[in-house]
Ligand binder design. Sequence first.
Ligand SMILES: O=C[C@H](O)COP(=O)(O)O
Length: 251
Amino acid sequence: MSRTPLIAGNWKMNGSRAALSELSAMVDDLREAPADGIEVLICPPVVLVAAAVELAGGVVAIGGQDAHAKASGAHTGDVSAAMLKDAGASHVILGHSERRTDHGEASELVAAKAEGAWAAGLVAVVCIGETEAEKNAGRTLDVLGDQIRRSLPDGTTPSNTVVAYEPVWAIGTGRTPTVAEVGETHAFIRRELARRFGAATANGLRVLYGGSVKASNAAELLALEDVDGALVGGASLKAGDFLPICRAARA
Ligand SMILES: O=C[C@H](O)COP(=O)(O)O
């Protein structure tokens, strides 16, 4: 089955209204020379989502970086998926390792948030990944299998969910697994998805790789059979860094 590659940028807690000029540069470039057959998504801090949607003009999809599981209520400081949808977002990142670490988010909460995202009509980009200690203990596949079982709700489909594999130790460090390791891990994830949701769903689900993706390593990672795009952090902040990654994705 052919899966449309998705190149997603996660700005994390970076950016300001002035930084939206980088999004404008991405949009202008992609409008002039469309990356045919590729979807491009930028997830800015929540306060910039509405402005980003306007600037993106449908050329680049805009998403949030987290959302509460519920649609509304007494949850000071939180933002719901319905609010992101209302602001024009189409996707939301859930269960990023920084949320799991900084806010103690467990896989069950991530699954509840995914259901909340679906109810609002957003695509959930659900993140999984092992820590360095787990990798060194030889537990990578166990950890990923467990996160797939508990973070992805029944009802996961290729149209409501994207999976992002991010080895925690590769995030923002400049270190990545070897290309062969990424290929093997993604093949494992695809097999686990098939066990959980059946072959047809697993073959349709996009599985992104994230962790120190940059222009110089994007092509070899994105050429792998089971890698359907990238979740890019640092290299998504500047158009000059991000656009070459988009161009490296196979259509
Ligand atoms: O969500 C993005 C990832 O955490 C990757 O971040 P990075 O590209 O800066 O390593």
